[in-house]
Design a protein around this ligand. Structure first.
Ligand code: ADP
Ligand code: MG
Length: 471
């Protein structure tokens, strides 16, 4: 087996055990440089990938390698500035997910200027557009890192350390209140700290549109463009609001291009991936997809608890651990709501001069939690499962035991229990009149796999996201 064949085989296996986004992000442009004395040296495009492969994916890689060659004992990554062998194009993920990959100019090599920028920046900036719009409250230090956001956080941090060179543009997407703005702002604040001379602008796309429209009205469009084209770091939040605004998209496209060609950093957020933003001009979409795309998903219980604890400490407050847990267990959708609930408990307790216990926390939040409960129906779960696994409802009800069907069916049983707290007998009934022990076993199996198999865990995260945030 040549090194190339070996790596291809290893990638084939790793692809099965991690998410597509992770796979493409970390394994694109990697190859085996050498395989000697039990040490496999892997060529990676940048320091960022080196860190992740060596620390995070080390075991996956090693396990897969050993499957082909027992003598292999360890791996090492070397950063290569040249473009190395790309992932085999036959892999399915690359066919469909052209969206998620690091930029061609990774490896910290500056991209050559291909064309002249559309506008050159001259003269002083217009004071009206002057502020950075950064809020110093959002930093990397007070951002809790967990599995739902670690990729996004790592990408943002890398960008803040290497403006224009690590990942450009960087596109972060995820549902409301999951920390996109926090991360975007952290990049800006980090750059202010390390390189105060850099010109930074944070703006959400609605405000960008308003400024643009005003500048057209006041005949200051040139100044507007000039101002934006001078930035070293341009952060545009919630880009989905540009959807359908042709004129704004057009101007943004020009600004984007001129910054990009000068290797200036652009960071963008959205509530969904570029492909899913309706009426986003094709040329903008493909620009976004030419960079790095990464998502933030909903946090797990432990993460929610950790976030609450850090916010409580920040405020110098004290709440009984059981009460903290209660909040985290009941406010599950997003972190903004979680903070809102916490603030409510704190306000109430300060007013009444009490330390929140489980009991009074329950009382304080009872209304909020009641209002918050989404009324999910079994049909919602059917819909999400059939969509995700491309199976039909009939498949799920039938007797068949083929894995393509039995796995979705078991996941469905798990969700019915976990999300709707249905009795196992009821679950069996809904799924083609099966016995309640079948439902119980399915639940236990998936519950266990969720801990041991990354793929199952990620499937569940996606399914829940779709249940609560149908697009
Ligand atoms: P989004 O922009 O995705 O809608 P935000 O960035 O506004 O969400 O986050 C909502 C709130 O939750 C903010 O107050 C933010 O500080 C907080 N938050 C989100 N994620 C985290 C995290 N991982 N650690 C700490 N706070 C977080
Ligand atoms: Mg936001």
């Amino acid at each position: 087996m040549t090194n190339e064949e070996l790596w291809r085989a290893v990638l084939g296996q790793i692809e099965l055990s991690i998410s597509k986004a992770n796979f493409i992000t970390w394994f694109k442009n990697t190859s085996i440089l050498s395989n000697q004395d039990g040490v496999v040296t892997i060529s990676v495009p940048n320091g960022f990938a080196k860190e992740w492969l060596e620390n995070k994916y080390n075991l996956y890689i090693l396990r897969a390698l050993k499957g082909f060659d027992k003598n292999i004992q360890s791996i090492r990554c070397n950063i290569s500035s040249e473009k190395s062998v790309s992932l085999p194009q036959t892999m399915d993920s690359l066919k469909n997910v052209d969206a998620v990959h690091p930029p061609e100019n990774s490896g910290f090599v500056r991209k050559k200027l291909i064309e002249k920028p559309f506008f050159t920046a001259t003269g002083p900036a217009e004071p009206a557009f002057h502020e950075t719009n950064l809020n110093s409250r959002y930093t990397f230090e007070n951002f809790i890192v967990a599995e739902n956001n670690e990729l996004a956080r790592a990408a943002c941090y890398a960008v803040s350390q290497n403006l224009g060179m690590a990942y450009n543009p960087l596109f972060i997407y995820g549902g409301v209140g999951l920390g996109k703005t926090h991360l975007l702002q952290s990049i800006g604040n980090e750059v202010v700290k390390n390189a105060p001379e850099k010109r930074i602008k944070y703006i959400n796309s609605e405000r960008f549109t308003t400024e643009l429209v005003d500048s057209i009205k006041n005949q200051k469009i040139d100044l507007f463009k000039e101002h934006y084209q001078k930035m070293d770091l341009l952060i545009i939040d919630d880009i989905q609001f540009l959807s359908g605004r042709e004129k704004t998209q057009n101007e943004f496209f020009h600004i984007f291009n001129s910054l990009y060609q000068l290797n200036k950093q652009i960071v963008i957020s959205s509530d969904r991936p570029p492909k899913a933003i309706p009426t986003l001009e094709e040329r903008l979409r493909s620009r976004f997809e030419g960079g790095m795309i990464t998502d933030i998903s909903r946090p797990h219980l432990e993460t929610r608890i950790a976030i609450l604890e850090s916010k409580i400490a920040e405020k110098g407050f004290s709440i009984e651990p059981l009460a903290v847990r209660f909040i985290a267990e009941n406010i599950t959708q997003n972190i903004r709501e979680l903070e809102g609930a916490l603030n409510r408990v704190i306000a109430f307790s300060e007013f009444h001069r009490i330390t929140p216990t489980l009991e009074n926390t329950k009382q304080i939040l009872s209304q909020l939690i009641e209002n918050n409960k989404k009324t999910l129906h079994t049909d919602d779960i059917f819909r999400v499962i059939t969509d995700f696994y491309t199976v039909t409802k009939e498949d799920l009800l039938k007797k068949g035991r083929k894995k393509e069907i039995s796995h979705p069916r078991q996941v469905m049983m798990y969700l019915l229990r976990d999300e709707l707290q249905m009795p196992f007998s009821g679950i069996g009934d809904i799924l083609g009149g099966r016995d309640h022990t079948t439902a119980l076993h399915a639940f236990e199996k998936i519950n266990k796999q969720k801990e041991t198999t990354l793929r199952v865990k990620e499937e569940l995260a996606t399914l829940k996201e779709r249940l609560y945030y149908p697009s």
